[in-house]
Design a protein around this ligand. Structure first.
Ligand SMILES: C[S@@+](CC[C@H](N)C(=O)[O-])C[C@H]1O[C@@H](n2cnc3c(N)ncnc32)[C@H](O)[C@@H]1O
Length: 213
């Protein structure tokens, strides 16, 4: 399902600040050499993540689901001088490329990549986060929300990607796949949580922006 008409997407790209040379190169290399390149946040969403980071000025960021590191580089842009971004991915084959690009982007000391299951690593990290980006396996979102909640500072923000799941969330339940159902369960959980304030942004595949009251 086309969520955003191609012409609107092109107009939005045209009037969004250009990708940096590093992000352009990473975007292109991911599409040429890495499986499932549609997973990469991309130009417009990446610029949105960068803007949010500049607005929040986070000291600690947590990202679940690094992939090739595109969103991590965007999110790192607004870190405070003593800031650090922890990013987690289960796929160890991605690590070398990510570390090269983090260095090339000037964030070798600002982004710490962890390889392993997100739930295990989150439990091991003793940090209080200002900003969290959930973008790993969709079935895990409900659990990640609970795990991360206690580590998110009051007034802190969470962003969760793919909540529209290619538009499948709009189909009758009998036609939805497991991932779309997981996204609806996640959105319902956040909606029912009085401790949170949220809005669903129809950027790319849908971002749920959550504020811890
Ligand atoms: C959608 S991609 C992340 C895209 C990236 N955030 C970006 O915007 O460029 C999802 C990533 O989650 C990782 N992943 C899947 N299950 C995971 C798990 N249980 N723990 C940690 N990472 C996981 C995958 O290996 C994949 O690289």
């Amino acid at each position: 399902m086309e969520l955003i008409p191609a012409a609107v997407e092109a107009f939005s790209e045209k009037y969004t600040s250009k990708e940096s040379d590093v992000l352009y190169k990473l975007n292109r290399e991911t599409h040429l050499k890495v499986e499932l390149p549609h997973m990469l946040s991309g130009h417009v969403q990446g610029q949105f993540l960068s803007m949010v980071s500049h607005m929040v000025r986070p000291r600690r960021i947590l990202e679940l689901g690094t992939y090739t590191g595109y969103s991590a580089i965007c999110l790192a842009a607004g870190l405070t001088p003593d800031g650090l971004l922890h990013t987690i991915d289960i796929n160890e084959e991605l690590e070398t490329r990510c570390l090269e690009y983090f260095r090339e982007a000037g964030y070798a000391d600002k982004i710490k990549m962890h390889i392993g299951k997100a739930a295990d690593i989150v439990a091991q990290l003793d940090e209080e986060y200002d900003l969290v980006f959930i973008d790993a396996d969709k079935a895990g979102y409900v659990n990640y929300y609970d795990l991360v909640w206690e580590k998110l500072r009051p007034g802190g923000f969470m962003l969760a990607d793919n909540v529209l799941y290619h538009g499948q969330v709009l189909l009758p339940e009998s036609e939805q796949g497991g991932q779309a159902k997981a996204m609806i369960r996640f959105c319902e959980k956040v909606l029912a949580d009085d401790r949170a304030e949220q809005m669903l942004l129809t950027i790319r595949d849908g971002l749920l922006l959550i504020r811890k009251k």
